[in-house]
Design a protein around this ligand. Structure first.
Ligand SMILES: Cc1ncc(COP(=O)(O)O)c(C=O)c1O
Length: 356
């Protein structure tokens, strides 16, 4: 069922329990793949600053948020971080989105060259940055990045733990942004969170190589007591059937456009709102101290936390995203226009009450 819905070049899935363990496996398979084809030096993984890929030793290393590293001795060797694709936080304010995308690709290339290109195995990124601030990619970002990945024969792991199964109004972010990943990581939307289930999806290209590995090294030794647990898989089957039956991905696309347009119209001109961004049923409002000079608060998180508490009192749950003053929204895929109106009214009232 998952492969029926996955991008065409995908071949197999291994079920796990969390997004973190699925990312771990995808990286293990990158290493395994390169050992089988004799590229034993090609092992480093590049992820992005502010990217989020989990909280384990490897997945936490891939994560690009400082608080997940400090005092945990992370990131481990073999994991490197490149420019975040966060247009609102660009240092050169004169850059257009397209110029900024090119700049991000140049930064990636610089890092690859400084580390010896032959040692870089894969790039991992979320199609839309989630936990790092709900940041859709700037225009042409994925086009520019894929040129660099191809040039240096670097595999792409699309971490679709948030974007998989409809969150941005398409089945996968990889389809939405025309990406061609070698691996896809899925979790949350697979069961809509009703039971723990994740998946490492691999492409035909990867499968064709790693199946040869079993001739060389015997069985592929990976798994845990609960991987592919029948209860979780039953929840996944029921959930995917409901997504189809209730036409929820189309709803996420249609209502998501309404949501993002209205959120922008209602909030972007407020003096404390620096940025309103989003795609589908994902959106963020970034609160700022001084809008014209783009000055951020020196103690990030405090204002955002007051705003979401105020919203909760009025019946709407939003999230203060880490390392910033960012209010994150992820309404259910079944939300109606009326419910979206309530979310926006409550958010607007809270922002006015807390900041004025
Ligand atoms: C993009 C992304 N990758 C990986 C993870 C880690 O998933 P889990 O918390 O299930 O380990 C998350 C969790 O929020 C995520 O958003």
């Amino acid at each position: 069922m998952v492969l029926d819905r996955s991008p065409k070049n995908m071949s197999k899935i291994f079920f796990g329990l969390t997004g973190s363990d699925a990312n771990d496996l995808n990286v293990k398979l990158v290493w395994y793949y390169n050992n089988i084809i004799g590229k034993t030096k090609k092992k480093k993984i590049i992820s992005r600053m502010r990217g989020y890929h989990g909280a384990g030793i490897l997945s936490g290393s891939l994560t690009g948020l400082k608080n997940y590293h400090v005092n945990f001795d992370l990131p481990i060797d073999r994991v490197l971080h490149t420019e975040q694709a966060y247009y609102y936080h660009r240092t050169d304010l004169d850059q257009t989105e397209e110029e900024y995308s090119k700049y991000c690709a140049n930064q990636l290339e610089k890092l690859i060259l400084s580390e010896e290109p032959d040692t870089i195995a894969a790039f991992i990124a979320e199609p839309v940055m989630g936990n790092g601030g709900i940041v859709p990619p700037p225009n042409k970002y994925w086009e520019e990045i894929s040129i660099i990945l191809k040039k240096y024969d670097i595999m792409l792991i699309a971490d679709e733990v948030v974007t998989g199964f409809g969150r941005i109004g398409s089945m996968f972010g990889s389809n939405h942004y025309n990406m061609t990943p070698d691996f896809i990581t899925v979790a949350k939307g697979l069961t809509s969170g009703y039971a723990p289930l994740s998946g490492s999806i691999i492409s035909n290209k990867v499968w064709d190589v790693i199946k040869k590995g079993t001739d060389q090294y015997a069985s592929l030794n990976h798994g845990s007591t609960y991987s592919g647990h029948p209860i979780s898989c039953a929840a996944g089957v029921a959930n995917l059937k409901l997504l189809d039956k209730l036409n929820l991905i189309n709803n996420a696309s249609k209502i998501g456009q309404y949501f993002n347009k209205k959120l922008f119209e209602e909030l972007s001109s407020h003096k404390s709102v620096g940025d309103v961004r989003g795609v589908g049923m994902l959106a963020a409002v970034e609160i700022i101290k001084e809008k014209k000079e783009r000055k951020f608060y020196s103690n990030p998180g405090l204002i955002a936390s007051d705003i979401i508490k105020n919203m909760a009192k009025n019946g709407v749950l939003a999230r203060a995203m880490p390392e910033g003053d960012i209010i994150g929204f992820a309404p259910p895929l079944c939300a109606s226009e009326k419910e979206i109106d309530k979310i926006i009214n409550v958010a607007k009232k809270a922002i006015i009450e807390v900041t004025e």
